[in-house]
Design a protein around this ligand. Structure first.
Ligand SMILES: Cc1c[n+]2nc(N)[nH]c2nc1OC(C)C
Length: 337
């Protein structure tokens, strides 16, 4: 019945929009009760018309039965690690800029290199594969070449779209970090302490949000993964439909991040363009001051050459890009939980 098909499509689109505004933009557009009413109406229509149920429906986030193990996934484009600048002082930023300028053969008198400065989230790297706009696979980094298929668990992260807008390319792998917010971490440990106090066996508290996130991603039962209430930030792409096959053309990394945001992926608000070493140093110092107030853990900042042509020109040293570096802070004293 056309009217049911139309109503289901309209409900899915509206629920996805409200979820994006609530979970990603943190600007809820309707009261929770109204969202729940729409959600229940969609569930009822899908129950009455199971042939219309599709995996990208917002009702299908916490689905699937517990797995016995995770399948292996070979990354079509390796998930590279990133070099770490060991000097935790601001001069670390200058070291990177000096190295980039040397590799690009720039003279002192040449203009500053344009970089993108980003947060380095203390979570776990994840690759999200979308085909024809639908999330078909999520894989951990593993050893960079082969990771684990954790799709069922990743689908429970409300910040990760199950379906992309129509202007997204036929194939796209979004790379980013799965992490746990500090407030979610505290709430989880509170729940764990209560379970332990009631004598539950095999329950423990977690040392830090990263461990709790990594444990959540590797739950065999997606219902338990959903309980961890994980989050996600996008910071790049892996395989993507090439321009000659109709894929998008990006000149710069910053443009790519803005496009990912337009496709409903969370991109950290602090991400910014930085011209030359002075602006990298300013970013490193500004984020260093904000660090304790952020709602999630970071272990540093990341600088990337913005021009994708220059990135290609610079390439990689073994498995690490020459065009990027992670500039870490001293380890943060963990708040006693
Ligand atoms: C491992 C990694 C981690 N991070 N984190 C950000 N923000 N960008 C970023 N890029 C990475 O790797 C690319 C340089 C390939």
């Amino acid at each position: 019945p056309a009217s049911v098909i139309e109503r289901i499509a309209a409900l899915r689109a509206e629920l996805d929009l409200h979820a994006h505004r609530y979970y990603v933009l943190d600007e809820p557009s309707i009261p929770d009760a109204e969202y729940d009413r729409l959600f229940k109406e969609l569930q009822a229509l899908e129950a009455a018309h199971p042939e219309l149920l599709t995996p990208d429906s917002p009702t299908q986030r916490v689905g699937g039965k517990p797995l016995g193990q995770f399948a292996s996934v070979r990354h079509r484009i390796p998930m590279l690690s990133i070099r770490t600048e060991t000097d935790t002082e601001a001069t670390g930023a200058r070291n990177f800029d000096t190295r980039v300028r040397k590799e690009l053969g720039l003279k002192e008198s040449d203009p500053p290199v344009e970089y993108v400065a980003e947060l380095k989230f203390d979570g776990l790297a994840m690759s999200l594969r979308y085909e024809n706009g639908v999330l078909v696979q999520a894989a951990t980094r593993g050893d960079g070449e082969v990771g684990e298929d954790v799709t069922q668990n990743i689908r429970t992260i409300r910040q990760i779209p199950l379906r992309l807008p129509a202007d997204a390319p036929p194939v796209m792998e979004v790379r980013g970090e799965v992490y746990m917010r500090r407030d979610e971490f505290e709430a989880l440990n509170e729940r764990q302490r209560e379970k332990i106090a009631k004598g539950a066996k095999g329950e423990k508290t977690f040392v830090n949000p990263r461990n709790a996130a990594a444990g959540g991603v590797r739950q065999l039962d997606p219902a338990f993964a959903a309980e961890r209430r994980l989050s996600f930030f996008a910071y790049g792409v892996g395989e993507i439909t090439p321009p000659e096959e109709g894929g998008p053309v990006f000149e710069t990394h910053f443009e790519l991040l803005q496009t990912l945001k337009s496709w409903c992926f969370p991109v950290a608000a602090q991400t910014r363009l930085a011209y030359g070493a002075p602006e990298l140093i300013a970013f490193h110092e500004a984020i260093g001051r904000q660090r304790d107030q952020l709602p999630y853990d970071i272990d540093g900042v990341v600088y990337k050459v913005n021009s994708l042509a220059l990135q290609r020109k610079m390439g990689f040293v073994s498995r690490e890009p020459r065009w990027a570096v992670a500039h870490k802070y001293p380890a943060q004293e963990q708040l006693t939980t």
